[in-house]
Ligand binder design. Structure first.
Ligand SMILES: [Zn+2]
Length: 158
């Protein structure tokens, strides 16, 4: 083997004469390596990385279709950025124009929102909070539905 040997692109081929698929041959192959026939010997485009003309066409079509949406998205992002910088500038201007009293009032701490704190309630306590008829509903309908032990309405009436 020479030093300049390079493994080129390879593909599967099919031969009509042999009725067989010959895998992993160089792309430039013209004749069947088994029966040496040229006619009916053709390349198969079944490899994952092979991009056929169809794939190219699909990509082109999608590009064309998606261009307006992508343009809209980028313009929206640009608009949002512009709005943010404009708001920052307006705030700085307002701070510059404000009187010392106004600045002092703006620096006063504002009462923060009370944070929502989840309360952990046990199952028994949760059931205890229910009213009797709600417990009956829970026992009769909700729990059987959760456990998939559904009985038809006429079940008890037999
Ligand atoms: Zn062949």
């Amino acid at each position: 083997m020479s030093d300049t040997f390079v493994m080129g692109p390879r593909a599967d081929f099919a031969c009509k004469k042999c009725g067989d698929v010959i895998p992993d041959l160089p792309v430039a192959c013209v004749r069947c390596p088994i029966c040496n026939s040229k006619r009916g010997f053709f390349r198969l485009f079944n490899a994952v990385n092979v991009m056929s003309g169809k794939t190219y066409k699909v990509g082109k079509f999608l590009d064309k279709k998606l261009t307006p949406a992508l343009d809209l998205k980028s313009s929206k992002e640009q608009g949002a950025k512009r709005f943010e910088t404009a708001a920052q500038e307006a705030l700085e201007k307002a701070v510059e124009k404000a009187t010392p009293e106004q600045r002092a009032a703006a620096d006063m701490p504002v009462a923060k929102d009370v944070k929502y704190q989840p309360q952990m309630v046990g199952a028994a306590a949760a059931l205890g909070m229910l009213k009797p008829h709600e417990r009956a509903d829970n026992r009769q309908y909700i729990w059987p539905a959760i456990k998939r032990h559904l009985k038809p309405i006429w079940h008890d009436k037999k």
